[in-house]
Design a protein around this ligand. Structure first.
Ligand code: FES
Length: 113
């Protein structure tokens, strides 16, 4: 099975993790299933940006984002060229991904900054 390498995140996953993930599973579901409690404020319906991740490797193998996702991503904290909404990003057949969870979400940013 392909893997997701999750880079360390201070709160959610301090040591980082390597997850075995069935193709077609969303990155958000894969993280949650492995006790990495990424925010998913809209319950994965592509209506917020809190599940934002940055795909450090394997980005080209993903299906491209729909317009709706792109529009939302524009509002995400810490947007990068390989940013995706994890609830809309499905694991490819045979490519491993390296994923970084940004330090903040827009929810945090509003509270703390
Ligand atoms: S959980 Fe809201 S867009 Fe993914």
């Amino acid at each position: 099975m392909p893997q997701i390498v999750v880079l360390p995140h201070e709160e959610l996953c301090p040591e980082g993790a390597v997850l075995e993930v069935a193709p077609g599973t969303t990155v958000c579901d894969a993280l949650l299933a492995n006790d990495i409690e990424i925010e998913h404020a809209c319950e994965k319906s592509c209506a917020c940006t809190t599940c934002h991740v940055i795909v450090r490797e394997g980005f080209e193998s993903l299906e491209s984002a729909e317009d709706e996702e792109e529009d939302l991503l524009d509002k995400a904290w810490g947007l990068e060229p390989t940013s995706r909404l994890s609830c809309q990003t499905r694991m490819p057949e045979d490519t491993d991904l390296v994923v970084e969870i940004p330090k903040y979400t827009i929810n945090h940013a509003k509270e703390n900054h």
